[in-house]
Ligand binder design. Sequence first.
Ligand code: ZN
Length: 90
Amino acid sequence: MSSNVSQSYPYSSETNEDRAATIARLVAEREGLAATLATESTPLDTNERWWTWKCPTRGCPGLLHAAGYAAEKHAVYVVCDGTCAKTYLR
Ligand SMILES: [Zn+2]
């Protein structure tokens, strides 16, 4: 997993409302994502805005959205909304 924690600068930010709506949509669309998040992350604090990042997967146009905190690391657990559908730590 450590290779997924890279020095990457935020791309933009979004309101917590937008973030929550995107994560809810991705959880609804992707089988197993809810279980993965429940196992590997803990709920986020209440913030008004959250960073988003460009997905580092080659060829994937997605953005990474905060979904929780990584269970065992000091990192934000993020989900790609693009074609690769991967999760990363930021
Ligand atoms: Zn992606």
